[in-house]
Design a protein around this ligand. Structure first.
Ligand code: TRP
Length: 376
């Protein structure tokens, strides 16, 4: 097994550069420097050392995950999701590191922090302990200029108990409070946000364009496709397509291993939700990535997208056999919005630290990785 001295930053930079080329992202300088900013002290660490912190961004605790969004009539859009860590990582120091990064970016990229400041005290309370994470960022790479920045808050930061109120209050402050009864009625089975359907993320675009989005994500434990289809009605969207998508991508009726996650999207000043997305953790419902890739191709075809760029993105990330592991394709999402054709997003792991063993193989296989994660 090679340890070759590669650092986390070397590994991810190489992947990012290849993906930028694939997606026609011209400003690779900003892309790479913002990746370096995001990685902070984790970046220079050799991959032979364990992850600095057990980030929940990916299964192998890599603090970065890539995604590719396909939309009708556009080139694929590259994005990445990342958790910034402190040199001495911990819930509070990681939060400070993330806030410090935003301050730094504010001096260079001028993110719009109006909405962020309106809700920040709800999700980033002064003293309370942090949960799984405090703040994640995503970068959305356009054809030119630096990427747009999106922030993810953790609604369960002070425990799942207050998460529903926190999200409702945030929606009210941002002018979207009218949705709350529908969120409870259609989005949850128990009529509450602290039971089987609970808020897992609250996300904001940090720009002030008319299409700046706010998204509320709900995790649906042990859900069926019908649960998700019903949740689409929060956004006034017919859930039939959601059921088809769940069947094609999930291959089963009840998603009991990892939750389906839905998101209701608001845009600009319109009080009514604009769209609905469903994230299916496909890696929990396949034996290996070959099976996931086969399904993703079917999903893409069903919604009129050419799957070739996803295949190219996979090839840009790894040269391992797809049936030698599972989890490279972490999620696949269907995005529905009023007046738009359905979009598809595929979430791809960097596998910087490990490949999860395929489920039916006899002996675990690792490629360049230093650990094999075995899950049941
Ligand atoms: N790794 C976590 C999970 O699978 C969080 C996460 C990363 C996630 N990327 C995501 C959740 C995309 C939904 C969609 O839950």
């Amino acid at each position: 097994m090679s340890s070759s001295g590669l650092s986390l930053s070397d590994h991810l930079s190489r992947q990012l550069l290849r993906l930028c080329r694939l997606c026609g992202v011209a400003d690779t300088g900003s892309a790479l420097s913002m990746l370096t900013n995001l990685l902070g002290p984790a970046g220079p660490r050799p991959l032979s050392e364990p992850p600095l912190w057990p980030s929940d961004v990916s299964d192998d605790h890599s603090p970065v995950e890539f995604s590719l969004a396909l939309d009708q009539g556009r080139r694929p859009t590259l994005r990445l999701l990342a958790e910034t860590l402190a040199a001495e990582p911990g819930p509070l120091s990681n939060r400070q590191a993330a806030l410090g990064l935003l301050d730094w970016w504010a001096t260079r990229y001028r993110p719009h922090l109006g909405r962020f400041d309106q809700v920040r005290d709800l999700f980033v309370p002064g003293t309370a302990g942090a949960g799984r994470f405090s703040l994640w960022y995503s970068l959305v790479f356009g054809p030119s200029g630096p990427p747009a920045i999106k922030v993810y808050f953790n609604p369960t930061v002070g425990g799942v108990d207050g998460a529903g109120e926190r999200v409702a209050e945030a929606l009210h402050r941002l002018g979207y409070g009218a949705v709350v009864p529908a969120l409870l009625h259609y989005g949850t089975r128990a009529g509450r946000l602290d039971a089987v359907d609970w808020p897992i993320f609250f996300a904001l675009d940090l720009h002030d364009g008319p299409d700046a989005r706010v998204k509320v994500y709900l995790a649906h434990e042990h859900a069926t496709a019908a649960t998700a289809a019903r949740a689409a009605r929060v956004a006034g969207i017919d859930g039939t397509q959601i059921e088809t998508f769940c069947r094609l991508a999930g291959g089963i009726d009840r998603f009991h291993l990892r939750p389906l996650i839905s998101a209701v999207t608001f845009r600009g000043v319109a009080a009514a939700p604009r769209g609905y997305s469903l994230y299916l953790p496909i890696r929990a419902y396949v034996d290996d990535d070959q099976q996931a890739w086969d399904r993703v191709q079917k999903v893409a075809a069903r919604y009129g997208h050419d799957p070739a760029p996803i295949g190219a993105a996979i090839a840009a990330l790894t040269d391992r056999d797809l049936d030698a592991g599972v989890g490279l394709i972490a999620h696949v999402a269907l995005r529905l919005a009023h007046g738009d054709a359905a979009g598809i997003t595929t979430y791809l792991s960097s596998e910087a630290y490990a490949v999860t063993a395929a489920r039916r193989q006899t002996a675990p296989t690792t490629t360049h990785q230093h650990h094999t994660i075995t899950t049941s």
